[in-house]
Write a protein that binds this ligand. Structure first.
Ligand SMILES: [Fe+2]
Length: 297
C-alpha cells in the first residue's frame, strides 16, 4: 500500500524484537486483545521477510476467512453494476477464491501470467518512494492483515481486501497495470519529494478514486472505491469534477472519510491520455510548473 502515515496503524519494533501494531482508540479492533496479537504477528512476518524468498504463510483463521467470504459475496454484484468493464472482465480472468483468503503468493500466481505483476508483503506503511518505485518492476507491496470481524464491510485502514480485491483486479487489466507501472517509472524520474507527493495525489484521485463515463453511465475504476462497500454505493452522489491534473495534484484531502470530490473522465481513453500521458512525461520541472500554476490560480 502506499498512502501517507495517518491511513496506517504505525508498526514499531522494540529492542528485544517485539513487533507492535498501534491501533488507534477508535479502531474496531482496539479492545480486542486476540485481534491485536494477530495484527502484531502478521506484521512481524512481513518485517522478517527477505526479498526472493516465498511470502510467509499467514495461516488465515476462520474469522478471517468469514470476513473474506462476506466481502466477496457483497461486492461482486456491485462490481457487475458499477465497475468499468475491464475490471469486471478481470474478476473472471483472475478468478480469486471467494471462500478463503488467498495468500499473496496465490494472488501473484493468478495475476503474473496476465500482466506480470507480483505481490510482496508489507507490515504497514511503505515509504512513498519505495512503494511507487517498485511498481516499475511490477512489484506491489501489500499488507496481509484482515479487517476486524465485527465490521466486515468497513475498515479504517487498507487491508488485504483493499490490496487484492481493489488493486489486484486493476493490476490484471491492460489499462491499469500500465498506469501502475508508469507510476513507478515516473517516481524514478522525480528527485524532489514535493513533486513525488504531487504524483501521489494524481494517483490517489485516479487509480484509487477515479470514476469514468462508460456507455453513458458513471462507473468506478478506483481501487479505493471498488474495495469499499460504503464508497461503492456513494460515489455517484459525490461532487464530480472534470479531470484536472493541477487540481488533483495539489488537492488537500482527508483520507479518513469518503472522498467528497471525485474526478470524472469522459472515457477510458481520456484516463489513458491525461493520467497516462502525465505519468509518461512528468519531470521535476514540469510538475514544478504545474504547482506554480496552482499558486497563481
Ligand atoms: Fe490503495
Amino acid at each position: 500500500m502506499f498512502e501517507e502515515g495517518q491511513l496506517y496503524s504505525p508498526v514499531t519494533e522494540s529492542e528485544d524484537g517485539q513487533v507492535t501494531v498501534h491501533l488507534s482508540a477508535d479502531h474496531p479492533g482496539f479492545a480486542d486483545e486476540a485481534y491485536r496479537k494477530r495484527r502484531n504477528d502478521i506484521a512481524q512476518l512481513a518485517l522478517r521477510w527477505e526479498p526472493g524468498t516465498p511470502v510467509p504463510d499467514v495461516g488465515y483463521n476462520d474469522d478471517e476467512h468469514r470476513v473474506w467470504q462476506t466481502v466477496s459475496r457483497e461486492l461482486r454484484p456491485k462490481h457487475e453494476k458499477l465497475a468499468i468493464r475491464e475490471y469486471v472482465e478481470a474478476l473472471d480472468a483472475v478468478g480469486l477464491p471467494t471462500e478463503y483468503v488467498p495468500s499473496l503468493d496465490e494472488v501473484s500466481e493468478r495475476i503474473e501470467p496476465l500482466t506480470g505483476f507480483r505481490y510482496v508483503p508489507a507490515p504497514g506503511l511503505v515509504p512513498l518512494r519505495q512503494f511507487y518505485g517498485s511498481l516499475s518492476d511490477k512489484i506491489f507491496h501489500s499488507t496481509q492483515y484482515v479487517r476486524h470481524p465485527d465490521q466486515p464491510l468497513y475498515t479504517p485502514e487498507p487491508d488485504i481486501v483493499h490490496e487484492v480485491i481493489g488493486h489486484g483486479h486493476l493490476l490484471a487489466t491492460p489499462t491499469f497495470s500500465e498506469l501502475h507501472r508508469l507510476t513507478g517509472e515516473a517516481t524514478h524520474r522525480l528527485k524532489d519529494e514535493d513533486n513525488l507527493r504531487f504524483l501521489s495525489k494524481v494517483f490517489w484521485f485516479s487509480v484509487e478514486f477515479g470514476v469514468v463515463m462508460e456507455d453513458s453511465e458513471l462507473k468506478a475504476y478506483g481501487a479505493g472505491i471498488l474495495s469499499s462497500y460504503g464508497e461503492i454505493d456513494e460515489f455517484r452522489d459525490m461532487e464530480l469534477r472534470p479531470l484536472n491534473l493541477v487540481e488533483m495534484g495539489t488537492a488537500d484531502y482527508d483520507i479518513t472519510h469518503y472522498q467528497p470530490v471525485l474526478y470524472r473522465a469522459e472515457s477510458l481513453d481520456e484516463v489513458r491520455e491525461v493520467v497516462g500521458g502525465f505519468l509518461k512525461t512528468c519531470t521535476d520541472d514540469s510538475i514544478e510548473e504545474m504547482r506554480r500554476e496552482h499558486v497563481l490560480a
